[in-house]
Design a protein around this ligand. Structure first.
Ligand SMILES: [Fe+2]
Length: 487
């Protein structure tokens, strides 16, 4: 987190295990001469559990298989996967799926690009393959290749070419307790809610912030989502933790995108310079999803370009609904101040272009905000005239939790402390149903947006939700000291 207290990170000196790995690495797989130190604690000082051996080392079979959409996911999809260096070429097979075990006969071979990433495990290759000219609303099967053979067949359905009801999952920061805690939230979402067609990540997928070895965190991230990431297109936004701190020659502190992002995600590249690797949009069955890079906008000087691109991309949208995804929230629920730069630049665009949902993370709490005026007045007042402007959400999936700021408890809508959450959104051409669930699958919050001639009307849900979760005690890492007033 950029401006929150950041206790000293626990980093092991080069362990004998790491040294042994480096010594044993073949010449072709040699890591950079600077070597890597393995991170053993979260930034909050919590130990990261590690099993013996090399659980996340690259192998001769594919792993870290992540599906991403093209700009038109009715016709284009892409996959990224990882192998050891023995598999030099990026190779996938794809076929329209059938009900019998005859995929190999019909499969087409598709090749792509390969990108090396070095860690204490040595060199890995991340391969990316793009599937183009697909048929809309069709189930495809694909598999990817390592030196020892193919992965299992994974299936996905292309989007329909027209607006059609579908369901997507929105996750806040995973970042800490990735496998320990966040995995159960992700798996609960997929277990309890069938046919999720997209997953949106609001940034800080992992905790990396420096040049040390965070390979295991990406291993945990992939293990947490597992085959769901290979079947369901992922729409990630960068958080500040996808960037690593970087000292410029003059001593100025800066940031640069970490090495895993461009390797792990084969994104559409239809965003804006100079942040094409981290900004993009996707049209899916009547929804335009626009993904922005808050860190690059705030800290690296691309706010002006991103704002102009956001405005143009919204202006050109023919979708029924427009959803914007990024990390640093306009309205904070934990930090003492709202994110001024984002609020000044992007909120006017959201208002003018009538964005429906603004999905964010970063604050490690939950917040739904429907009325800025109500929040400013500290009342539960609804939006003026019953016409709803953009609805602002902040959520969190992993184990790092922050206490609510002084404004959040008085705002019109529900908030939460120390609660791991996931959000299920059901989209119809004129109705959007937003539901927030806890890690155990309890309904926590929800609303419906209905499109009328005058604009969106918001209604609260009739289903019962569990009580608001706020904490009487301290909020510790992993929620250990929090006493919630709710369930
Ligand atoms: Fe963050």
């Amino acid at each position: 987190m950029a401006n929150m207290k950041r206790p000293g990170r626990g980093v092991a000196a080069m362990t004998s295990l790491a040294a042994a790995i480096l010594a044993a690495a073949p010449a072709a797989a040699a890591p950079p001469t600077t070597g890597f130190a393995i991170v053993t604690q979260t930034e909050d000082g919590q130990p990261i559990p590690r099993s013996a051996g090399l659980p996340y080392a690259p192998k001769n079979l594919p792993d870290r298989i992540v599906l991403t959409p093209g700009a038109d996911p009715a016709r284009d999809m892409a996959v990224a996967y990882r192998t050891d260096t023995a598999q030099a070429e990026s190779q996938a097979q794809i076929a329209v799926s059938v009900d019998g075990p005859t995929l190999e006969e019909k499969a087409l071979l598709v090749t792509g690009t390969s990108l090396p990433v070095d860690s204490s495990y040595g060199r890995a290759l991340y391969h990316q393959v793009r599937f183009t000219d697909l048929t809309p609303d069709t189930v495809y099967a694909y598999r990817v290749k390592g030196a020892a053979g193919w992965s299992e067949w994974h299936q996905f359905r292309t989007a329909a070419a027209e607006a059609k009801p579908f369901r997507f999952l929105y996750l806040g920061d995973i970042q800490n307790g990735i496998l320990t805690y966040a995995s159960r939230v992700i798996r609960q979402a997929f277990h309890a809610h069938g046919d999720i067609r997209l997953t949106l990540h609001a940034g800080d997928l992992v905790g990396q912030r420096d040049d040390l070895d965070h390979d295991d965190e990406w291993g945990e991230w992939n293990q947490a989502g597992g085959h769901h990431y290979a079947m369901v297109p992922q729409l990630p936004a960068t958080g500040n933790h996808e960037y690593v701190d970087h000292i410029l020659p003059g001593g100025t502190e800066s940031r640069r995108l970490g090495p895993y992002w461009p390797a792990q995600f084969a994104l559409p590249s239809n965003g804006v310079d100079p942040v094409k690797a981290t900004t993009y949009y996707v049209d899916y069955q009547g929804v335009r999803f626009i993904i922005l890079d808050g860190t690059a906008a705030i800290d690296l000087g691309s706010m002006e370009q991103q704002t102009a691109w956001l405005d143009a991309t919204l202006a050109a949208s023919k979708a029924n609904w427009n959803v914007v995804l990024f990390h640093q929230p306009v309205f904070t629920c934990a930090r003492p101040n709202d994110t001024a730069a984002v609020k000044a630049a992007w909120k006017p665009v959201f208002d003018r272009r009538k964005v429906d949902l603004v999905l964010q993370g970063h604050d490690h709490c939950y917040s739904r905000l429907t009325s800025e005026a109500g929040r400013a007045a500290g009342t539960k007042v609804r939006a003026d005239g019953g016409i709803q402007g953009p609805v602002y959400l902040v959520s969190v999936t992993g184990s790092k939790m922050y206490r609510l700021n002084t404004r959040a408890p008085n705002q019109p809508d529900k908030v939460a402390e120390a609660t791991e959450l996931y959000q299920i959104v059901d989209v119809e051409p004129r109705r959007l149903k937003f539901r927030t669930f806890t890690a155990t699958g309890s309904l926590y919050d929800g609303f419906d947006l209905e499109r009328t001639a005058a604009g969106n009307r918001l209604s609260e849900i009739s289903e019962s939700t569990i009580a608001a979760r706020t904490c009487k005690g301290e909020i510790g890492p992993d929620g250990g000291l929090c006493v919630a007033t709710g369930k």
